[in-house]
Write a new protein. Structure first.
Length: 95
């Protein structure tokens, strides 16, 4: 699976939320409706695990020598707060 298919909507969406340009709910709805994704990118990240998403993006960034792939600061913030995934009852959404 190509990086852009799975992680780009979430990474870009993370930055839009981080800089208060858009709400995560609006980004999720937009990606679902316009790109026909079956699950919201934020909820997908919650199911994968935010720490796993960050690790994958870090590895891709290093392997491809592309800093644009590095995780958004908001992702690290949530991880440091213990908001890791749906199993911990909190990620991008509360469960």
């Amino acid at each position: 699976m190509h990086y852009h298919t799975l992680f780009a909507p979430n990474k870009r969406g993370c930055r839009l939320v981080q800089y208060k340009i858009a709400l995560k709910e609006d980004i999720d709805m937009d990606v679902k409706l316009r790109l026909k994704h079956p699950i919201d990118p934020s909820k997908l990240a919650d199911f994968i695990g935010l720490d796993a998403c960050a690790s994958i993006l870090e590895i891709l960034s290093d392997d491809l020598q592309n800093n644009n792939i590095k995780p958004a600061d908001l992702l690290y913030k949530k991880i440091n707060e213990g908001k890791l995934d749906y199993k911990s009852k909190c990620g991008f959404y509360n469960y």
